[in-house]
Design a protein around this ligand. Structure first.
Ligand code: S3P
Length: 169
């Protein structure tokens, strides 16, 4: 089975996905790292040198490449479900899990590392608040297409592994 972890920047997709993969004995792929490997560049450089459209294309291609892996947990980038037909593709292919957090918690987590994130590096604290609020509203329609929606402050990877074993494996 393929498991796709989705959610906004700062929701902890990579940490959660990796721990979940370990719990259930699956492989783990971080889609952002995969893109960097495939493009031989960094996410920041792809954004600044080639632009967001090129990044979204590379992201889509990296996602399609994950199809070859059996029994894998894929942590996607925050925008991945919202471009091309990525969300439908993931839902057709496997189990999508949305790590849902509210704006305030996301902002608190993202703020200390803003300069490393291409979409946020030019924003001040108020700009970040507006960005999180507006972008989450736009993206929620995609995120809520996930088959499973959890609050990662309540459901741990261990809890999720138990739920998977009982219901999906
Ligand atoms: C993005 C989220 C990032 C990365 C890129 C764009 C987004 O991934 O893919 O900077 O559009 O939300 P994380 O959610 O893993 O930080």
């Amino acid at each position: 089975m393929q498991i796709y972890i989705i959610g906004f920047m700062g929701s902890g997709k990579s940490t959660f996905g990796k721990a979940l993969a370990e719990e259930i004995g699956y492989g783990f792929v971080d889609l952002d790292k995969e893109i960097e490997k495939r493009e031989k560049s960094t996410i920041q450089k792809i954004f600044t040198e080639k632009g967001e459209d090129a990044f979204r294309k590379a992201e889509h291609e990296a996602l399609l490449a994950s199809v070859n892996e059996e029994n894998i947990v894929v942590a996607t980038g925050g925008g991945a479900p919202c471009f091309q037909d990525n969300m439908k593709w993931m839902n057709d292919r496997g189990l999508t899990i949305y790590l849902k957090l509210f704006e305030g918690e996301l902002k608190r987590r993202i703020e200390p590392e803003m300069e490393h994130r291409p979409l946020l590096k030019d924003l001040d604290s108020e700009g970040l608040e507006r960005f999180v609020y507006n972008t989450l509203r736009e993206r929620a329609v995609y995120y809520h297409q996930a088959k499973v929606v959890i609050n990662p402050l309540i459901i741990t990877p261990e809890n999720m592994a138990a739920i998977l074993r009982e219901n999906y494996m």
